[in-house]
Design a protein around this ligand. Structure first.
Ligand code: ADP
Ligand code: MG
Length: 373
């Protein structure tokens, strides 16, 4: 078990800077997920922690020991890649035992380690098989097993589920959560899939263009994204954004006049530091929009309806928006009643709204108790 600390970590290839001073503390035993769009530097960051890339600035420590100059094999980490990289001519047992054999671990000890890892991963009955005789999910388990037998202080996973089909990903997601519960070892898990991040992580690091945008628990990021990037990245379907201007700043709320329609919305956020006339962006999640209600109403005409059975999406154009508002309604009732071409009053509850300033920074949302206090 070990914590991992990064202080001002930088990585550049020649003149091209990829990581721009990353400060992070990953706690002992924590399941930390790095999430961000493709190309933002997630793999580079993970490979830097592993020692597969040399950092060009800052300090990296694992379990209290600075490891900047420590080779990968001596960092106490084990990494699992998206491509499983199994040896095709070896059976599963030998694939998992390979690293230990190289390290001259006694035979009996290898036997125990491989069998116990196979048991955790439910592949005990497959140990004689070759990789080609396995499904994708089973191969991924072998790759994980190979990491487990090394008893690392920290597991590093780089998009381990990306090669699996959707159903299997959901199943394996559960297995990863279970694995962490069983082993209680520090795990750092990279994914571009925010749903994977939300469901697995103790805490999430949102990365963009080689910088940390925000660190927090899944629900902290969902409830209190610190900026437009995190707000747009966390949550599915994506948060809707509407441009506007602050018209009033009161103790418990602000008023925003929408640019396209001139309609004024009230939002329960703190206007501290803001001025009337400031350009802002209002954010509302699809799942918080209601049909009809009091105040904060936007009139739209449904352009398109998608019914998934349990939930229904309505896409509603609105003045000033390039893309229609995505609205999510519960159940089939919504679908039975909703048709394209139908007029709809969309209610945006004031406590569900987000407001971002012209720099994209979130104004602080006010909790209900704070209002009554
Ligand atoms: P992610 O894993 O988030 O998709 P990567 O860490 O793989 O992103 O890559 C981050 C950026 O670093 C990309 O723009 C990529 O092109 C660049 N990059 C990665 N490896 C190298 C390399 N060896 N030389 C130059 N640029 C690289
Ligand atoms: Mg990557």
């Amino acid at each position: 078990m070990a914590d991992v600390r990064l202080t001002g970590v930088e990585k550049a290839y020649g003149d091209i800077r990829i990581l721009h001073g990353i400060d992070l503390e990953i706690r002992d035993g924590e399941f930390m997920v790095f999430v961000g769009p493709s190309g933002c530097g997630k793999s580079t960051l993970l490979r830097s922690i592993a020692g597969l890339e040399e950092i060009t600035g800052g300090e990296l420590s694992i379990g209290g020991r600075v490891v900047n100059d420590v080779p990968p094999a001596e960092r106490g980490i084990a990494m699992v890649f998206q491509s499983y990289a199994l040896y095709p001519h070896m059976n599963l047992f030998d694939n998992m035992a390979f690293g230990l054999k190289l390290a001259k671990v006694p035979k009996a000890e290898i036997e125990t380690a491989v069998r116990s890892a196979a048991k955790i991963l439910h592949i005990e009955h497959l140990l004689d098989r070759k990789p080609k005789d396995l499904s994708g999910g089973q191969r991924q388990r072998v790759a994980i097993g190979r990491a487990i037998v090394r008893k690392p202080e920290v597991f590093l996973f780089d998009e381990p589920l990306s090669n699996l089909d959707a159903a299997l990903r959901v199943r394996m997601r559960y297995e990863f959560a279970k694995l962490h519960e069983d082993l209680k070892t520090t795990m750092i898990y990279v994914t571009h899939d925010q749903v994977e991040a939300m469901t697995l992580a103790d805490r999430i690091v949102v990365l963009s263009a080689g910088k940390v945008e925000q660190v927090g628990s899944p629900l902290e990021l969902y409830e209190h994204p610190c900026n437009l990037f995190v707000a747009g990245f966390i949550g599915s379907p994506k948060m809707n954004f509407i441009a506007g201007e602050l018209t009033a700043i009161e103790p418990g709320h602000v008023d925003v006049k929408l640019a396209g329609s001139g309609v004024t919305l009230r939002a329960r956020v703190s206007g501290q530091g803001a001025q009337p006339g400031d350009k802002v962006t209002v954010g509302v999640r699809p799942e918080h929009i209601r049909q009809g209600g009091h105040g904060n109403l936007l009139q739209s005409t449904v352009a398109f309806v998608e019914s998934l059975g349990g939930i229904t999406f309505a896409y509603c154009p609105y003045p000033g928006l390039e893309e229609p508002l995505t609205c999510q309604f519960e159940g089939r009732n919504g679908a039975d009643r909703l048709r394209s071409g139908q007029a709809l009053d969309l209610h945006l509850p004031e406590e569900a709204l987000y407001v971002f300033d012209s720099q994209g920074r979130a104004l602080r949302r006010l909790a209900a108790p704070e209002l009554s206090a």
